[in-house]
Every structure is written in structure tokens, then in C-alpha cells.
Design a binder for this molecule. Sequence first.
Ligand SMILES: Cc1cc2nc3c(=O)[nH]c(=O)nc-3n(C[C@H](O)[C@H](O)[C@H](O)COP(=O)(O)O)c2cc1C
Length: 331
Amino acid sequence: MVKIDNIELPDFPLLLAPMEDVSDPPFRALCKEQGADVVYTEFVSSEGLIRNAAKSVMKLDIYEKERPVGIQIFGANLDSMLQTIDIVEKSNPDIIDINFGCPVKKVVSKGAGAGILKDICLMEKLTAEMVKRTNLPITVKTRLGWDHESIKIVEVAERLQDVGCKAISIHGRTRAQMYKGNADWKPIAEVKNNPRMHIPIFGNGDVDTPEKAQEMRDSYGLDGAMIGRASIGNPWFFKQVKHYFETGEHLSPISLAERIEAARRHLQMSIDWKGPVLGVFETRRHYTNYFKGIPHFKEYRMKMVTSDKAEDVFATFDEVLDKFADYQFTH
Ligand SMILES: Cc1cc2nc3c(=O)[nH]c(=O)nc-3n(C[C@H](O)[C@H](O)[C@H](O)COP(=O)(O)O)c2cc1C
């Protein structure tokens, strides 16, 4: 069994990665239903929360059914981060996660996200103070280092653990790599194999097949896998991995009916949560992946991603179910 503080998880838990504009409550709920053991919100700006910016505050919403859920926050200013803890606690998450890995310029240039990898003392201090501020478990998501020459993840992980961090998810790339090349899981295994470490170490980066999840578990010995891109439009990925672990076989491909049902529910939950305009608009990015592989699908995809009215999108789903009833997915 793996434990994040007092939260008991199954062996080798699968975590839904925080993803901006993707990991919202409807998507997290779908992933949870399909086997995700822990889900995270997208990153929420501490400065935005303090200003009470509506967009940031909305990101704190969670559904009961998705627990355990972690709210991820980012920032580099200690006072702001501490105030943020007080705000976030009111949403009653199970975990508060600190983003020390975001590589984008507008975040890094303020010393937040992966920017903090240039100042390990500040990273340690922020974590220590946040741990003291709350009874909720504080976890960290980070990258291997700022660049290849400055990888100190083994030392960083020890220092975070020593100040009370309860789990670390490590994306096997440096900030300099952004998303290029392959994720390197070896340094993550070094963290895990450090005899001083006792908190869970979750691997992240490029887990897009059940075989890769198995490799992360069996060859690298990590405590669990955090999964991002492979779940976009494929919330079944968690179930596919678990089925493979249990049987050594691949789950049968997800049928068109299941895909349509998921797309419908996704859209309906988004409308209920964000209202009809944003709900329709922000679910669009998922459809391409839900229906990937269907030949001559462009006409229907275009309708799904250009219709402004929910009823038109729902009608397109009906049409697709009818038109492609015989199509056999291979994944
Ligand atoms: C669209 C998108 C948005 C992301 N947003 C966040 C975020 O808000 N916080 C974070 O820590 N990482 C974010 N990431 C990084 C992912 O959590 C993850 O570390 C990365 O995608 C590598 O994992 P994967 O190969 O399984 O996708 C994002 C990634 C993507 C693709």
C-alpha cells in the first residue's frame, strides 16, 4: 500500500496529472470513474487567488466524487503562498500540491514553477513554511532540474522530505528540455532508491501505454505513475493500465457507444459547472482524441468544435453514433 500522509492508496497508484485547461472537475470526475487513484487540479496562481480573481477562484471547485483530490498552486512569494493556503483550505481538498515544475516563461520569469529550481533554498523554505501553515498534506511536483548540468534532484527530494513534504511527483525532464526529447526516469529511480527516502516518489513523463506504466513500476521501482497527456480524450487510460497489470492483457478497445457516452457526460458536466457558453467552448479540445482513428471524421469533428449550442453538439454525437455504428476501434 502507498500512503500520502494518512491517505491510503492501492499499490502503484495512478495519478491524474495537473493540466491547465484540461484537469477541470468534469474531466477529473471521468478519470476517477475510470480508475485514477488521485486527481489534481490544474495549477492555480497564488497571486490570482489573493486578488480574488474569479478565474482562479473557480479552479478551486471540487466534486465530492473525485476525492482524493489535490489542489495545485504556484507562486514564489512566501506571504502570498501562505495566504493562498488559507484560501485553498476553505475548498477542503485532500492535498495541497506545490508546482515547482512549470516551464513556461511567464511563470518562470517570476521565479515560480520550474524557476524555483534555480534557488533550492527558497524551494525548501517555501515548502517548510507551507507545511507549518496547514494540517493538510503538502506534496510537490517538480522536474529533474533547471538544466542537464544542474540536476540535483536526489538532494532536492531529501530536503523537501526533511521539511515535511508528504510525496513528490517528478517529471523526468529538465526545465531546459520543456517537452522535448524523452523523459528520463533514471534520476527519478535514484531518488526512490536513496535509502533516506520514505515518502512516495511518483514518476511522470511519457507514460502513454500500459507497458510503460509497468516498466516504471517494475524496472524503475517507483511508487506510482502520474499520467498527463495520455489521458486527454482517453479517461479510460487508467482502467487500461490496471487491467493490464491484473491480466497481462490489453483491455478490449473502447467502443463508440462508450466514447459517445463519455463525451456527452463530459459536455453536460462542463455545462453544469461552467454554464452553457464556456461549457461548450472548453470541452471542444477533448473531442479529437475521443474519436481518434475514425476515418472521414473531419465533417463531424468540425461540427463538434464549431457549434456554439450544446444541443447541436449533442445532435452531432447522435449522428456519429448512427453513422459509425460499425466502426471498430483498435485502442
Ligand atoms: C495541456 C497541459 C497542461 C499542463 N498544465 C500543468 C499544470 O497546470 N501543472 C503542472 O504541474 N503541470 C502541468 N502540465 C505538465 C503535466 O502535468 C505533466 O508533467 C507532463 O505533461 C508530462 O506528463 P505526460 O507525459 O504524462 O503528459 C501540463 C501539461 C499539459 C500537456
